[in-house]
Every structure is written in structure tokens, then in C-alpha cells.
Design a protein around this ligand. Structure first.
Ligand code: AMP
Ligand code: MG
Length: 411
């Protein structure tokens, strides 16, 4: 049987799990790129990060006060001659001897000969002498963040695959990484097809609509850190589609098309893709919305996702399949998939997996639950306003009671 034959029964109407598996099995792996630290925010780390030095790199005072020796405390000393100040950022100083102290500031190196900090709130100072407050007992060693107490030089601080947020950025900085290896984003071309589509800024006839899908997908990609996807519009014209989809395919790593994949007379996309040599992997998934989704791979290993044009379908298919596939091809760990309980019962009779838009809200005990927000149709993208994502309600069931738990996908 010809693999490119769209009548290939296996390629028709597969389950969501099978679709996910087939996509994963056909995705290439994308490499990495070195960028200045400032460009790494939100990206996937692709190198192991080793500690440049101990953390903290010295015994560090954690309170403003005076630095004293525990031995003096043991000997009952309660007044100390102040030899000077040890500020943060100053090279280490030393106390002159027993009964002496240095004023010390948070973040300073502990002066040589001291090992305990007495907070400024617990002392009074007169004539260069610090005296403890009446009845105050200092714990030997208190208010010091000990050298190497968090980690040691050469410890592994970060592993490849971690997403770089605030904490990771702090760690990379502490490790002295001026540049960092991150996952390279594939070049993604987003193509809206349809004679009825008009971009913003252009005049609109009564029978035309704005092309919102390409911008919705681009915005979604941007939220995940992809700054350079390209948007294109193409008409329902087989010659133009063949030429321009061919050119886009040559210039990009991933093609995401919307529209023109169903049974309509002008739904040319699947035929065009196969004419361009993109091998059909599947067409149609047992799901709503988004049943007519098409997926294929070219001989040069470039995935092509052709999504149905109805805006809710496009967005759901993109978030359910395309984003996770690109993420794992970039070496990202699988997203933490929350299973969330329904806030209300819902019924769905068709023998399809139902991607139900939901808004997250705190349940009676404050834990998150998913409030159903079904749209009127898969064309009703305005109905997605205020939703956080969707629940994947399995095909095997048709009644979903309150508190029924299902996988949540975030926009
Ligand atoms: P299609 O998948 O081409 O049959 O399109 C299904 C529906 O989605 C039609 O009503 C289209 O007008 C609409 N549609 C297709 N592409 C877009 C787009 N880029 N933006 C908004 N709506 C679209
Ligand atoms: Mg169309």
C-alpha cells in the first residue's frame, strides 16, 4: 500500500494517544546554540552547569552587628572593644585579640578570629565599646552562612533540559556563565490558508473574515520563548499553494498550516503536501475539536502539521500536539501535566476525545478546579476569552461527574 495514499485506513481516525506517539516517533532532534545570558530567559538549558566556587565562597555574616569569638562568650565576656568595621565587599580583616570585635555588615566576610555575630539590636555602643543587652545569651556560631554550606566548587548546579526562569538565571550568574548553551528553536512557518482571510490593517468586505489563527499561534509560540516564527497567508489556489508551501518548506524546519484540510472542494492542503513529497503519517484524530488534523514528515525530516482552520480547533491542536512535540525535539522535559477536577458535571455523547475549554478557579477548599467553558462551536474563539486551557476528556466515557479528573493543557 502506498504510504502517501490518503485512503490508507490506518492513517484515518486514530486515537489522541496514537497521534501523539506517531508525532513523537517522527520528530527530529534540534541542536543547541550559545547565547549571552541575557538572551537565555525562558529557554531550555542544554549544558550542565558546574559550580565555579563554593557557595557561599566564605563564612558570610547574615546580620548587621558585631563579630565576636565564641571562646569569649564561653569565658563570660559581655563587652567588646570595637576594632573597626568589616563591610560587605571588603577583604577579610582580623580582630586584635580576646575581648575585641569588629562591627560587621550583612554579606561581609567574617573577620579572622571571629565566628559568631551578635545583632546590632542586642548591643549598645559607647566610647568604642559594644555591650550586650542585659540577660542576652548568644549562641556560638550564630548568624553565619558557613563557607560551602550550600554547595561546593565543582558540584552540578543545573542539568540540560531545565527551563531558565528566575532561580536558574541566578544560578547561571553565580556560576559565572557569560554565555550559555540553550536549545535552538526550529524555524517555524505559520501559514493561514483560505480565500476569505484578511489581515488586520486591510479593508474587509462583508464576506471576508480576519485571519486570527496565525497570530494566535504566533502569540502562543512567543509565550514559550520562540521569538522568530514567521506568518504567511495563502489563498485556496492549488498552483500558488504548491509553489509557496514548497518554498516555505525549503526555508523552514517546521510548517504549521491552518485551514483547507477537510473534505471541502477547496481543501487542497493534504493533496499539495503529498505532491511536495511530504509523507502522510496520519489524517484525522478521534477528537473534538480538531478531527481533520493532518500530520506528515518530509524526506529531509521536516515535520508538517496541517491543522483544521476553525480557530478553536487550530489552537487546541497546536497546544495539544505541536507545542509539546517541538518542546521535546528541543530537549525539554515533558511538561508537568496537572490532572484537574471538573467544577461541574458535563456530558459528551460522541465517540471522540473532547477537549473542553476551562477556566481555573479555587474550589471550596482552595485547591484548583476546572470550570467548563464550552464554546458554541469550534469557530467560536471569542468564547475562549477568560479560559486558561482545556481538559482532555477521554473518548471511553460520555458522562463526566463533578470532581472528575482529567489532564489539563494550558494555553
Ligand atoms: P477550513 O479548515 O479551511 O475549512 O476553515 C474552517 C473555518 O475556519 C472557516 O470558517 C474559516 O473561515 C475559518 N478559518 C480558517 N482559517 C482561519 C484563520 N486563519 N483565522 C480565522 N479563521 C479561519
Ligand atoms: Mg478554508
Amino acid at each position: 500500500m502506498n504510504d502517501n495514499d490518503p485512503t490508507h485506513a490506518e492513517a484515518f481516525r486514530i486515537d489522541v494517544g496514537e497521534a501523539e506517539r506517531l508525532i513523537a516517533a517522527n520528530m527530529p532532534q534540534y541542536g543547541c546554540v550559545s547565547v549571552p545570558l541575557a538572551e537565555a530567559t525562558g529557554q531550555i538549558l542544554r549544558q550542565r552547569i558546574i559550580a565555579e566556587r563554593d557557595q557561599p565562597p566564605f563564612d558570610r555574616a547574615t546580620m548587621d552587628g558585631i563579630a565576636v569569638a565564641a571562646a569569649d562568650l564561653g569565658n563570660g565576656v559581655r563587652t567588646f572593644e570595637i576594632d573597626g568595621i568589616q563591610a560587605a565587599g571588603e577583604a577579610v580583616k582580623a580582630v586584635k585579640g580576646a575581648g575585641h570585635c569588629l562591627e560587621v555588615m550583612t554579606g561581609a566576610v567574617m573577620p579572622t578570629g571571629t565566628d559568631t555575630v551578635v545583632p546590632v539590636e542586642r548591643i549598645s555602643v559607647a566610647d568604642g565599646v559594644a555591650a550586650f543587652e542585659d540577660g542576652y545569651a548568644a549562641e556560638p556560631g550564630q548568624f553565619i552562612h558557613g563557607c560551602a554550606s550550600d554547595h561546593s566548587q565543582d558540584d552540578v548546579l543545573l542539568e540540560p533540559g531545565e527551563r531558565i526562569g528566575g532561580p536558574e538565571m541566578a544560578i547561571l550568574t553565580a556560576a559565572g556563565q557569560a554565555n550559555v548553551e540553550i536549545a535552538r528553536w526550529p524555524k517555524v512557518a505559520i501559514v493561514s490558508t483560505g480565500d476569505e482571510l484578511v489581515d488586520v490593517g486591510e479593508a474587509l468586505a462583508d464576506f471576508q473574515i480576519r485571519s486570527s489563527n496565525d497570530r494566535a499561534l504566533q502569540a502562543t509560540l512567543e509565550r514559550y520563548g520562540c521569538a522568530h516564527s514567521k506568518r504567511t497567508w495563502l489563498p485556496d489556489d492549488p498552483q500558488k499553494l504548491l509553489r509557496q508551501v514548497g518554498a516555505l518548506h525549503a526555508d523552514n524546519d517546521v510548517l504549521v498550516l491552518s485551514g483547507g484540510v477537510s473534505m471541502g472542494r477547496y481543501d487542497y492542503v493534504p493533496g499539495i503536501l503529498q505532491e511536495l513529497g511530504v509523507k502522510l503519517i496520519f489524517h484525522k484524530i478521534l477528537q473534538r475539536p480538531g478531527l481533520p488534523m493532518w500530520f506528515g514528515i518530509s524526506a529531509d525530516n521536516k515535520p508538517v502539521f496541517a491543522l483544521p482552520g476553525n480557530p478553536v480547533s487550530t489552537l487546541v491542536c497546536f497546544v495539544r500536539y505541536v507545542l509539546p512535540a517541538i518542546g521535546s525535539a528541543m530537549g525539554a522535559p515533558p511538561a508537568t501535566r496537572l490532572r484537574l477536577p471538573l467544577a461541574e458535571a458535563v456530558d459528551f455523547e460522541p465517540d471522540l476525545c473532547w477537549f473542553l475549554p476551562v477556566a481555573l478557579k479555587p474550589g471550596t477548599d482552595g485547591t484548583p478546579c476546572a470550570e467548563p467553558r464550552p464554546t458554541n462551536t469550534s469557530g467560536d474563539f471569542i468564547g475562549l476569552r477568560g479560559t486558561d486551557g482545556f481538559l482532555a476528556l477521554p473518548r471511553a466515557e460520555s458522562h463526566f461527574p463533578v470532581a472528575y479528573k482529567a489532564d489539563f493543557y494550558s494555553w
